[in-house]
Design a protein around this ligand. Sequence first.
Ligand SMILES: Cc1cc2nc3c(=O)[nH]c(=O)nc-3n(C[C@H](O)[C@H](O)[C@H](O)COP(=O)(O)O)c2cc1C
Length: 210
Amino acid sequence: MKRMMKLGVAFAALVAVSCANCEKPAEVKSASDVVVENILTRRSIRDYKAEPVCREQMAKVIECGLYAPNAMNAQTWAVRVVDAPDFIDGVTAIAVEQMPRLAEQKGFRNIFRNAPTVAFVACPEESYSGEYDCGLLSENMMLAAWSMGIGSCCLGSVVPVMTSEAAKPYLERLQLPEGYKLLVGIAFGYPADEIPAPTPRDMAKGFYVE
Ligand SMILES: Cc1cc2nc3c(=O)[nH]c(=O)nc-3n(C[C@H](O)[C@H](O)[C@H](O)COP(=O)(O)O)c2cc1C
């Protein structure tokens, strides 16, 4: 116990020194370095290997989503993860029937950007904070996934397909609570290609005011 305390004090002293000087050896990454790097290197991935995301990893990703901040902890969200090929291929067939040109895309396998695993996120139709809460949940999931080498891409485009009459059986399979609307699909999978370069951001969109 004493030894543990000594170690703790030594660690605290080390942290205090490195905080005061804001300097550390180049090869040592602090926890905040790792978190910031994870946020800044995440990209929307639009092509995936065929193998579904390991369910154990996906369980952790879902857990991270469900730990997102949300108004009054009302948890006005529902997440459903699908890796069943018949589901993914079935919805894709409906989409292709509705928009035949989709299938002309190079390497096209499915409408989820070829992802083998898809999360569907929904919130109550009438809700003060549902969409906001689900946005935070979605980003938590995508960042958690990225930290595990799993790519992702938010897909608003799949909502009209999923909510079309032809896809009703698939929407029902999601077992969303009564009165919930589907907000987005999120593709998940191991990236097939090189990670794309960052899309530019307008840094003038955020600043201090005095
Ligand atoms: C609500 C929402 C809907 C999106 N829908 C699509 C989509 O349908 N198809 C797609 O390829 N990307 C979609 N995206 C991904 C964005 O295009 C992407 O996040 C943006 O271009 C920034 O690129 P980055 O994620 O690589 O930083 C969506 C993102 C959000 C947040």
